[in-house]
Design a protein around this ligand. Structure first.
Ligand code: CP
Length: 315
């Protein structure tokens, strides 16, 4: 019996611990598919997945496409730049037209927080949030947590520090919801100007001291400065930031020997992370990217199944 019965995946805030665990468990079984000579299962055969990305993406868009293809779905990528969005079509009208073209699942990335939720309310198709404004990036957090669990064998009681631009980060928010629900101890570390007011209410500790964030951590998740999100915000100078908050080999000397280094990407070398750390043996940054396929296969499969279950429940 499937625990996750939602039509859409919009964020981790609304998910229970059990729903998150089910997604991770399902991803574990899908990970094996990528090791086969023929990397395909028929789980979504006959379904159509549409990627609707209003913001740039490399990792998320490609891995949703790979994930959908591994599940045997048909995949269509809408290029916003050459779409009728440029003629003034609204998000809801675009969504309804894509649904009229018989899309079963719409994967959306949008610059406005809440855009996927609004779309989901207007459509029968499953909607999956691939990142909305400063709000949430649920599949990124799920793949981060999946990678952490794979490396450490558990999530409960792990100490995880999230370092960087917390204020503008949907990745930070989704990670905090997911990690705290699964029992990890989360600390956020940034200059004061990049710590959003009230973040402690999400159950995290706060520090402005990079040594404090690194020293007892089992894992760190390093975030880039999102200069593009808030032109009016006071950001630290890049060089100044690297000197004070950059994660370097020298700073990691006092950290736990088996600390793992995560980053959702794209990385900005020499700003939030040194090349030696990004490419070093404790880095799992590219493993996170690979795990994104299995996690997104799990999410596409579960939302698709849940709609069928809901439909059956109504009959
Ligand atoms: N981590 C992440 O969302 O990367 P992309 O913007 O390349 O999808």
């Amino acid at each position: 019996m499937q625990i996750f019965k939602r039509k859409d995946l919009l964020g981790l805030e609304e998910l229970s611990k059990e729903e998150i665990e089910e997604i991770l468990f399902t991803a574990e079984s899908f990970k094996e598919v990528s090791t086969r000579e023929i990397k395909k299962v028929p789980a979504l055969r006959g379904k159509t997945v549409v990627n609707l990305f209003y913001e740039p993406s490399t990792r998320t868009r490609v891995s949703f496409e790979v994930a959908a293809k591994r599940l045997s779905a048909d995949v269509i990528n809408v290029s916003i730049e050459t779409s009728s969005v440029k003629k003034g079509e609204t998000l809801i009208d675009t969504g309804k037209n894509i649904e009229a073209l018989k899309a079963d699942i719409i994967v959306i990335r949008h610059g406005s927080s809440g855009a996927p939720a609004m779309l989901a309310r207007h459509l029968k198709a499953n909607v999956v949030n691939a990142g909305d404004g400063w709000h949430e990036h649920p599949t990124q957090a799920l793949l981060d947590i999946f990678t952490l669990k794979e490396k450490k064998g558990k999530i409960k009681d792990l100490k995880v520090s999230i370092i960087g631009d917390i204020a503008h980060s949907r990745v930070a928010r989704s990670n905090i919801w997911g990690l705290t629900k699964l029992g990890a101890q989360v600390k956020v570390c940034a200059p004061k100007m990049l710590i959003p007011p009230g973040i402690e209410k999400m159950g995290v500790k706060i520090t402005n001291d990079i040594e404090n964030a690194l020293n007892d951590a089992d894992a760190v998740n390093i975030l880039r400065m999102q200069f593009e999100r808030d032109e009016k915000a006071a950001f630290p100078q890049e060089l100044e930031y690297f000197k004070t908050f950059g994660v370097t080999e020298e700073r990691l000397e006092k950290a736990k020997k088996d600390i793992i280094i995560m980053h959702p990407g794209p990385i900005n070398r020499g700003i939030e992370i040194s090349s030696a750390v990004a490419d070093g043996e404790r880095s799992v940054i590219l493993e996170q990217v690979t795990n994104g396929i299995a996690v997104r296969m799990a999410v596409l499969f579960l939302v698709s199944q849940s709609q069928e279950q809901n439909h059956e429940d109504h009959n």
